[in-house]
Design a protein around this ligand. Structure first.
Ligand code: BTN
Length: 267
């Protein structure tokens, strides 16, 4: 019979990755897998250490937004200890890689929306939260947190501004085996992470650009900083992971962060 529970023992057997998931911390309920991973990293946990939880009671997204994480979702964080490197492109690389694995393993049209969102059919199905610790200029570690709305209905999340979220259960109409999906994701992420370290971001970002639904779209950029709202077109992803946009004013610039980047109608 098909099993829809996360099984760390099965996960170990399915992992071809050498470091990602080489140590696994698996718990039922946790505040946030990112918080736990940061605590472990502060205590010296190794590169690739994986933290997974069945549900999070204080899951968080970018800009400290609440991330609802009921049982049935895939909530995990990986500790990364890169050498001196600009980690900025990693969010794009991980987002694109995860969207590819979701699409190829379970046949749903998953894409990533710059900078850190996973989308299916124009609705958000997951997200990535990278948190880093520096000592002065030196990068000590990154915690890469990934949340995927997997085996629960979207109505459990309520309505999220500005677009209602979706889940893979709702999109497929049937549950998905989480352990095999997680193994596929970790195996891919380790390969891409190593390629990024060896060759830099150019080739890998080029390879993954066609997975980005943001490109070629009209976007609304919303920030609480000086430019509160701007409309423009998303043109390209730069090597460093930034988004090249042309504003309606005609100005071009590279965006590195936006509180919200809303996809408008296609042009
Ligand atoms: C976002 O879209 O803003 C990012 C959401 C990231 C959620 C994941 S779930 C696992 C990890 N632990 C957290 O508290 N957040 C990330």
């Amino acid at each position: 019979m098909q099993e829809f529970k996360l099984d760390p023992r099965l996960l170990r057997t399915l992992l071809t990755a050498k470091e990602f998931g080489s140590r696994i911390h698996f718990t039922d309920t946790i505040d946030s897998t990112n918080n736990k991973a940061k605590k472990l990293a502060n205590e010296g946990a190794a590169h690739g250490t994986l933290v997974i939880a069945k549900n999070q009671v204080k899951g968080k997204g970018r800009f400290d937004r609440e991330w609802l994480s009921p049982e049935g979702g895939l909530w995990f964080s990986v500790i990364l200890r890169p050498p001196a490197v600009d980690p900025q492109p990693l969010t794009v690389i991980f987002g694109a890689a995860i969207s590819m694995i979701i699409e190829s393993q379970i046949s749903v049209p998953c894409r990533f929306h710059w900078t850190n969102d996973l989308y299916i059919n124009e609705k958000k199905v997951g997200g990535i939260l990278m948190e880093s610790r520096y000592s002065g200029e030196n990068l000590d570690y990154i915690v890469a947190g990934v949340g995927i709305n997997l085996n629960f209905p979207a109505h459990e999340l309520g309505y999220e501004f500005p677009i209602p979220p979706t889940t893979i259960l709702d999109e497929r109409g049937e549950p998905t085996a989480p352990t095999a999906l997680l193994a596929g994701i970790l195996n891919r992420l380790e390969k891409d992470y190593n390629q990024f370290l060896e060759n830099g971001p150019t080739d890998i970002i080029k390879k993954y650009k066609n997975r980005c639904i943001t490109l070629g779209r009209r976007v609304k950029i919303i920030n609480s900083g000086q430019i509160r709202e701007a409309d423009g077109y998303a043109l390209d992803i730069a090597d460093d992971g930034g988004l090249l946009v042309e504003l309606f004013s005609g100005a071009q610039g590279v965006l590195y962060n936006a509180e919200r980047l809303i996809l408008m109608e296609k042009y």
